[in-house]
Ligand binder design. Structure first.
Ligand code: SF4
Ligand code: SF4
Ligand code: SF4
Length: 564
């Protein structure tokens, strides 16, 4: 199953996805934003935010269609947030049957068992972080691994359900229909249980069976579905609402110790804030965490167009209906749904004050007040942005105030208009500023040159940079096959050298052409003279005088050409 993809977009000066990414797992190169998969927690906020829809998720709809057409036993695990997505939940389930699925089972039936495991683990350990959200797990494992010991060691309802279905129907294919792409990533981490995933709206793309097929499919479904113990309500249908895990787990209202604190936190920022404000989970805390604000009902594929309160009301209403299969899922093999967690964090890279200052200086941020921390580059502070540049995730010029100041400066306009390549070089011989003509002359992206030694462009032995010296020299650049007059002068006010290249290549080529033309003309004149002389010798008496005159004229012309 594929995950997040991105396509080429006009990202220059946008940076919205970087701004919205809670863990800055996006790198920016050559005017393109790219997701760094190993840093990503799959919250999909960047997908929702991109004005150009540059980030997409590969759809499994074609794969599901092929499964159905092959006549395989395909069972749906339907996430409980579906009831918020549609005004007619029973009609939605019927629609799935009419697409050819042999059973449509609600993931909530496994969530009931998951909650029983949570309750038992909480009683045993006295504190617990629970989550059905793979984004929260990714965040903790990658960015806050000190919290992994507190995570409940039970599979999410999706994985528990898929495992149970595979155990009971070994030949079946399991298709999860849900509100969230991160579930794909979760399923990939334990391969072999979930065969494909559809979002709620993708179900609409599946063609309906013919009337005849429908009758036989319904009969087959009735035969396949066991008569489970009827259960009047499925509390776990509340799982997708913030607080639903707590409510399902402690639905009996049984006596809890006085120290018990049941807390639900949703929204990745809120989860982060809470985790960073605690040193350890206090005794008695039962935490429920969801990356999406309000819970899975507001997942990235749960229907943005529907108001969250309406979704919530629909789910509360649907909970009143008995489960279609009346199932309280018996998890005979509890060990099957146990899981563990590991520290997947990267060792933090620390940059020195000097390194950061150097980057800030290149952006003209010499004083504290120059650091506007405006966030236009996607980073919260200029310092964060400088660190991203050092980490190779951001490009230096991604600074709107800097770009604006540059664009507005008259000197800059002049620099950009001149055909000469102009390079400003620090006293340490590092390139501080270049105009566009530098990129043209050296066939490179001129912005990439900032911070590099001048020697990268011009061999040090070819040009002397010294405050007291005004250097000027004609240089040939063999790799570029170009010639230029290179001059360098020191600007004491700026403590910079100005190196200017005046490109002579075209001029030299023209002169070369002219030289070749002259040579050709001279050779031609010589041939005419020789020819004339030969003829003259043969008929000297008759035409002697005229030939002598022609020879004088041509010899004169030849001398003139050679002298020029
Ligand atoms: S999916 Fe989330 S974590 Fe990953 S790059 Fe996008 S915003 Fe960042
Ligand atoms: S949101 Fe990101 S991917 Fe989309 S256009 Fe802006 S910079 Fe590019
Ligand atoms: S809270 Fe959001 S990201 Fe997490 S599982 Fe639910 S829909 Fe997916």
């Amino acid at each position: 199953m594929g995950l997040l993809h991105f396509q080429a977009a006009n990202c220059k000066n946008c940076y919205r996805c970087i701004r919205t990414c809670p863990v800055k797992a996006i790198e920016f190169k050559d005017n393109q934003a790219r997701i760094v998969a190993e840093d990503c927690i799959f919250c999909c906020r960047c997908m929702k935010e991109c004005p150009q829809n540059a980030k997409t998720v590969e759809s499994d709809a074609g794969k599901v269609l092929r499964m159905l057409q092959s006549g395989a036993n395909v069972i749906v695990s339907l996430a409980p947030s579906f009831a918020g997505f549609t005004p007619d939940p029973h009609g939605y389930i019927r629609r799935l049957y009419r697409a050819g699925f042999s059973q449509v089972r609600e993931t909530a039936e496994a969530a009931e068992e998951v909650s029983r495991c949570y309750e038992e683990e909480f009683r045993r350990k006295g504190r617990l972080i629970t989550t059905a959200c793979p984004v929260v797990v990714e965040y903790i494992e990658k960015y806050s691994p000190q919290w992994t010991p507190y995570l409940a060691e039970t599979d999410s309802p999706l994985m528990a359900h898929a495992k149970w279905i595979k155990e009971r129907y070994p030949d079946a294919k399991v298709v999860f229909v849900g509100p969230c792409y991160a579930k794909k990533m979760e399923a990939n981490q334990q391969p072999g249980y979930v065969d494909a995933m559809l979002t709620f709206d993708e179900v609409e793309w599946l063609p309906l069976l013919t009337a005849e097929e429908e009758v036989s499919a319904a009969a087959a479904a009735a035969a396949a579905v066991p008569a489970d113990v009827p259960s009047p309500l499925m509390e776990a249908r509340l799982y997708p609402i913030d607080g639903g895990v707590v409510e399902t787990t402690f639905k009996t209202g049984s006596e809890q110790p006085a120290s018990t604190r049941l807390r639900a936190v949703s929204g990745i920022e809120n989860c982060r804030k809470l985790l960073s404000s605690l040193k350890e989970l206090p005794e008695g805390y039962f935490l429920e965490m969801n990356a999406c604000e309000g819970g899975c009902i507001n997942g990235p594929a749960a229907g943005d167009h529907i108001h969250p309160l309406l979704k919530q009301d629909r789910i509360l209403a649907y909970r009143q209906h008995p489960a279609p299969q009346g199932s309280a899922l018996p998890m005979e093999k509890k060990d099957m749904i146990r899981r563990s967690f590991r520290d997947r964090s990267k060792a933090p890279v620390r940059y020195s004050k000097e390194e950061i200052r150097d980057i800030l200086l290149k952006l003209g941020k010499e004083r504290r007040e120059d650091e506007l921390n405006c966030g236009a580059c996607g980073y919260d502070t200029c310092k964060d942005k400088a660190e991203a540049v050092l980490a190779g995730k951001a490009e230096l010029y991604m600074c709107m105030p800097y770009a604006q100041t540059r664009a507005e400066s008259f000197a800059h306009v002049l620099l950009e208009k001149t055909p000469n390549a102009v390079i400003a070089v620090t006293e340490q011989h590092l390139i501080k500023e270049v105009n566009a003509a530098v990129g043209v002359f050296f066939h490179t992206d001129s912005q990439q040159l900032l911070g590099l030694p001048l020697e990268y462009l011009i061999p040090a032995e070819e040009i002397t940079l010294s405050p007291g010296e005004h250097a000027r020299k004609k240089l040939y650049f063999p790799e570029l096959r170009k010639t230029a007059i290179v001059s360098a002068a020191y600007v004491p006010e700026q403590q910079l050298y100005l190196v200017i290249l005046h490109d002579l290549t075209e001029q030299e080529q023209e002169q070369e052409k002219l030289r070749a033309l002259k040579q050709e003309t001279v050779e031609m004149a010589q041939r005419v003279i020789e020819n004339q002389m030969r003829v003259a010798q043969e008929i000297a008496g008759l035409l002697g005088e005229t030939t002598a005159e022609t020879k004088v004229t041509l010899t004169k012309m030849k001398r003139l050409l050679l002298e020029e």
